[in-house]
Design a protein around this ligand. Structure first.
Ligand SMILES: Cc1ncc(COP(=O)(O)O)c(C=O)c1O
Length: 452
């Protein structure tokens, strides 16, 4: 069944609200949740999901929302795409688990072959499977140390790589994520990212000398970080949690040159930017960027827990027993991933590029038209809008972003923040032009109302 048929026939593609929010059933569940679940979870608004279909989420009271989050950039093929559901059901009836770390099964090989072929740069690759983004990053850190015999890493402010101790040590996003958990894994140095709207060096992207990369050789390696101790530079090619920040081409050119000069590995964390979201399979491809190691999760299996760490074959040469995970590469998740990739290649990457272009064309005019919109940036269906108080000072306006998030929820459109004062739009890749237009119309109305 094609995506067009799926969305047109089986979803009413726009929100419809039938109760005040949260409705009675949602309120009761939220009260129980608060008594028993970890308070470390951040819930931006009271959505209690019951079912999903395409880009629509229905809550327990029958309210239908347009999901511009995709479960935080996860359900690439949309909620419960029939082909993904079929793959899950078929596999679940046949083999749910046999631990790929100890035994073989064919679909694990099939998916690894596929990912190795798809990975950027066309170089020979091997694949390690985990269950979550953070596990892929942990595996990448261990492999980089193992292969290079070096123990230090360079990461970026604003980067998010996960919350287990290794990946958390790389994360440079929000201090609440680190508070109370120290000491971090030693040997990680953070430097400013190519966040051109807020350049740490007060330069302009067209004329700068890529100071944000130059700092590596001119300061870090000369003063506190001997190059021969640096295993890898870890980056998101398009920063996600940090505010959906898109670096210029020369950032990647310089980074590759520096890494080459010092035999430092490049690890691209494409957990959020991968799997077709940016209108190409990987954000790295937009920049002709060939990382040595790639980490992938989120959209890889449209919602089933799966991650992959994909490395150059000559790098992934660790010994049996060096690293493994009981559940990594679960057969059901793998089958969902194979179905997802088929859909991505058949039509959804093209749709992400097309609908993303349509959205960006419209949103790019907002900084000129609205005093409180500082910047709009993105690629494909990974779009960030930065809210500010003042065009001159660019003072951040997190309260406006948070207010808009609430107002959108009250109108049936689910959006989330990213960074200190940006909103992210990362809908499922099945989203239609009409749905995208509805989301933007609603956001524009809310913006006008909130700033009137
Ligand atoms: C770029 C990036 N890396 C790693 C992670 C961690 O993934 P997970 O939450 O699946 O552990 C995330 C999650 O948001 C992410 O965006």
């Amino acid at each position: 069944m094609s995506h067009a048929t799926f969305t047109a026939e089986t979803t009413q593609g726009l929100p419809s609200l039938v109760t005040a929010l949260p409705g009675p059933k949602a309120s009761a569940i939220i009260a129980r949740d608060h008594a028993v679940l970890s308070p470390s979870y951040t819930r931006s608004y009271p959505l209690v999901a019951a079912r999903g279909e395409g880009a629509i989420i229905e809550d327990v009271d029958g309210n239908r929302f347009l999901d511009m989050n995709a479960g935080i950039a996860v359900v690439a093929a949309g909620h419960c795409h029939p082909e993904v559901v079929r793959a899950i059901q078929e596999q679940a009836a046949q083999l749910i688990h046999m631990s790929g770390t100890d035994f073989y099964y064919e679909n694990m090989v099939r998916l690894a072959e596929k990912l190795a072929t798809l990975a950027p740069g066309g170089v020979p690759r091997r694949v390690y499977f985990g269950n979550s983004g953070t596990e892929a990053v942990e595996a990448a850190l261990k492999l980089a140390r193992y292969h290079t015999g070096r123990d230090k890493f360079i990461a970026f402010f604003g980067g998010f790589h996960g919350r287990t101790m290794g990946s958390l040590s790389l994360t440079g996003s929000k201090s609440v994520q680190k508070k109370g958990f120290g000491p971090m894994v030693p040997g990680v140095s953070h430097i400013p990212y190519a966040y051109c709207y807020r350049c740490a060096y007060n330069k302009q992207p067209d004329t700068c000398a890529v100071e944000c990369v130059k700092v590596i050789e001119e300061q870090l390696l000369k003063t506190i970080l001997p190059a021969e101790e640096v295993a890898a530079i870890v980056l998101e090619p398009l920063q996600g949690e940090g505010g959906y920040v898109v670096p210029p081409q020369k950032f990647f050119d310089e980074l590759q040159a520096v890494a080459r000069r010092h035999n430092i590995l490049l690890i691209a964390d494409e957990v959020q930017s991968g799997m077709g979201r940016t209108g190409k399979m990987w954000a790295s491809e937009h920049f002709d960027f060939t990382p040595d190691i790639l980490t992938v999760a989120k959209g890889i299996a449209s919602g089933m827990p799966l991650s992959a760490m994909i490395a150059r074959t000559e790098i992934m040469q660790w010994k049996p027993g060096a690293h493994a995970s009981t559940f990594g590469g679960n057969p059901v998740a793998i089958h969902a991933s194979l179905a997802t990739i088929e859909l991505l290649e058949r039509e959804l990457i093209d749709n992400a590029a097309k609908v993303g272009r349509f959205m960006l064309d419209r949103l790019r005019t907002w900084p000129e038209r609205y005093a409180n919109v500082g910047d709009v940036r993105g690629m494909g269906l990974m779009i960030g809008i930065e809210f500010i108080k003042d065009k001159q000072t660019r003072e951040r306006h997190p309260a406006l972003r948070d207010r808009l998030e609430q107002m959108m929820f009250e109108r049936g459109v689910l959006v989330l923040g990213a960074g200190q004062n940006s909103m992210r739009l990362c809908p499922p890749l099945v989203i239609t032009r009409d749905q995208a237009e509805f989301a933007m119309d609603t956001l524009e109305q809310c913006l006008r109302e909130a700033t009137a």
